[in-house]
Ligand binder design. Sequence first.
Ligand code: ATP
Ligand code: MG
Length: 417
Amino acid sequence: MGRAVLSQFLILSNSSPRLSSSLSCGGLQSKYLKRPGFIRPAVNGDNGAGFRCCCSVSLSQPAVPETSSSSVRKRIVSGVQPTGAIHLGNYLGAIKNWINLQDLYDTLFFIVDLHAITLPYDTQELSKATRNTAAIYLACGVDTSKASVFVQSHVRAHVELMWLLSSATPIGWLNRMIQFKEKSRKAGDENVGVALLTYPVLMASDILLYQSDFVPVGEDQKQHLELTRELAERINYLYGGRKWKKLGGRGGAIFKVPEPLIPPAGARVMSLSDGLSKMSKSAPSDQSRINLLDPKDVIANKIKRCKSDSFPGLEFDNPERPECNNLLSIYQLISSKTKEEVVRECQDMNWGTFKTLLTDSLVDHLHPIQARYEEIISDSAYLDGVLEEGAVKAAAIADATLNNVYQAMGFLRRRMK
Ligand code: ATP
Ligand code: MG
């Protein structure tokens, strides 16, 4: 089962050549690549296990994810911002995949509330959205006997490590982040706080604190993952190894360098009103997305009114028909069919017939999630307990990493009685 599940994912190590070069830090990058432990498999080749790996892979990282039979499980972390209603993009690009991954990996899924304040937000809504997001994780099938579920701000180490990492982050790396450019353009200068620029460093902290092996993300986060990897390499180079040992530390790498795990389909669910923009919580129009908690009639209405085209029939992968590709892809993922099955079923359909089919499968798929959500959100003692337990487990791992970083960076540690 493990292989079957994981072969749906694409592992991108040192993922994008474009980013690797743009993020290289004055010769450091090439130094890392010359260190023993790096191999270069066939570019864009299949590694024989159904994964497509690009560029170089560190031997300290697995070329093929290990299954539950491994004695020590590899670790995965991921999270969603409580910035609004969770939508199909968050579900298909992230949360739905976590359900399979929690059987195979040591998993930590958190609600990244500290990221939610990077743009103007409503203080009256933040804690509510945080609880709702946690309840959605559980309703979608995140199982607390397998995964730790917690709120990012409940584990202080996230912010502390971010500061330490910031000191080693060249500002040019952050200026290049596409999400910063897009979000700051949309927000307008007056509303752009420093945190919008520096939040990828917080994201690096979120990941590196837990010595994560893999991070399942949608394509919109690939660039931030790349920055995390570069930053881990940079800190390991600047403060790890013999320098750390001389300070009484363990020596070696301070951080594991994580790999992005990207599902080939659903990695980027597009807006219902524009097949070229991604579906987003922060997009102003609610018509642009299907929220996981949307009632049946709202889903029907959104699908009915969503953008389509006037070409005959339906097809995947026609660049002139991004909306058609997006809606077929959503249908494929929601109905758990193969692309070929969807082509056979839908190629001769008109929009009216297909939209009814898509609406019905969305409603059927989301109904049990919505029912579970209602149960969970109405039991606040249970939800608080889950989040408390998750934070305790997460803090134990995070504090160990943070202490190592303080030590390697030469800080005088406070004596504890
Ligand atoms: P915001 O607009 O506030 O940034 P968002 O919709 O982009 O919200 P995030 O909380 O930033 O959602 O992302 C949570 C997770 O969902 C991430 O793993 C991200 O890659 C994934 N994700 C977000 N949008 C999409 C999408 N349209 N398709 C696939 N995955 C997505
Ligand atoms: Mg986002």
